[in-house]
Write a new protein. Structure first.
Length: 319
């Protein structure tokens, strides 16, 4: 029975490799870049050796079956397999055993990826360490540390240990703050082909005390990336008191008076049209290393602090 379980896991891994190969062909045809593929043969050897080790240890060392441990670990193996195939079906053609990054592709944030950053890694760890447990082999051996680090979410100190993890990114540009500054940055970055995630704690549309006047220059910068909010045109600015009036007409172009919520809704709609990803999060701390930055659980090449006048991100990076 135990040997059949190991055989079944082995067959399942072969099926995965076939799917991964097919998906890799598709990913490379769509501009995907592979990271850490030099380590891939060693990883395959390690995984194969693990399964062989499960058989050899039980057979050569006459390990007894410990029911409480064996059955509970079998349940964990079954759960982790369920999680694995949930990931495979959620990611579709973007699932792979290789680390392949599709630079333009939006981040997948549905199903298991809503709660876990690296569910595949988590279940690898679970399954790898528990297969042997399914026969009651109770020790504390684990898969390699890089995978374990990746599985345990995004604590910056753990990421330092995971070399591959440091060079795989959720996005190229992370923007803290989804106000006008952050969203304008997002639109211009998308124009340059960068993948973008905006971390904003508040719900759209965001309101704010504001004079609600867009000057001609600002309006031109908005309409250029396709944001064209409804409003009232105006041709200058006038200051009035009881006895005086000071006014300055614009030289050639018009400004526009726009409700702040209308402006934000137009910004947000355009950003989403342009495949900008959003996460509901407040950036509280920032970790920088030689390869990029980690904040709000997102690994990115670059971070833009667009979190307003009293920017917490600016303080966090001591600028
Ligand atoms: C009274 C008043 C009147 C004004 N009138 C005008 C006007 O008529 N015309 C004009 O062009 N400008 C006007 N302004 C200025 C304009 O409001 C600002 O220039 C503009 O809001 C700046 O945009 P922003 O995106 O940089 O910052 P904000 O609009 O402040 O947006 C910052 C965003 O970051 C988010 N955030 C905060 N902390 C974090 C964090 N830690 N992590 C992630 N996200 C975070 C916030 O929720 C917010 O959505 C006015 C300002 C005031 C105060």
């Amino acid at each position: 029975m135990y040997y059949l379980l190991i055989l079944a896991v082995g067959v399942e891994r072969v099926v995965e490799l076939i799917i991964a190969k097919r998906n890799a062909r598709w990913a490379f045809a769509h501009g995907g870049k592979a990271f850490g593929h030099g380590r891939y043969p060693a990883m395959v050897a390690l995984h194969t050796a693990l399964l062989i080790g499960c058989v050899v240890e039980v057979w050569a060392l006459h390990r007894p079956f410990v029911p409480w441990l064996g059955w509970s670990m079998l349940a964990v193996v079954a759960l982790s397999q369920g999680l694995r195939w949930w990931c495979v079906t959620t990611l579709g053609r973007r699932w792979n055993t290789l680390a392949i990054v599709l630079p333009q592709a939006p981040l997948v944030r549905r199903d298991p990826y809503r709660w876990l950053h690296h569910p595949t890694m988590s279940q690898w760890w679970l399954k790898g360490s528990r297969c042997r447990g399914a026969h009651g082999v109770a020790d504390r051996s684990r898969f390699h540390p890089g995978q374990r680090g990746a599985a345990e979410d995004t604590d910056p100190s753990r990421e330092r240990c995971a070399g591959l993890h440091m060079m795989t990114y959720d996005t190229e540009l992370l923007i803290a703050g989804g106000g006008p500054g952050g969203l304008a940055t997002a639109l211009y970055a998308r124009r340059q082909g960068l993948s973008v995630i905006v971390a904003e704690p508040r719900e759209t549309p965001i309101d704010k005390a504001c004079g609600e006047g867009l000057m001609p220059g600002g309006l031109a910068e908005l309409t250029s990336p396709g944001v064209d909010p409804v409003g009232m045109p105006f041709r200058g600015i006038a200051y009035l008191s009881e006895h005086r009036r000071a006014e300055a007409p614009f030289r050639d172009r018009l400004g526009r008076g726009v409700r702040r919520t209308t402006l934000h809704a137009a910004f947000a709609a355009r950003a989403k049209e342009q495949d900008t990803e959003w996460i509901r999060a407040r950036v509280k701390s920032v970790h920088q290393d030689a390869y990029g930055v980690t904040a709000a659980g997102v690994r990115a090449k670059w971070l833009v602090a667009a979190d307003g006048l009293h920017s917490a991100v600016r303080r966090a990076v001591v600028v």
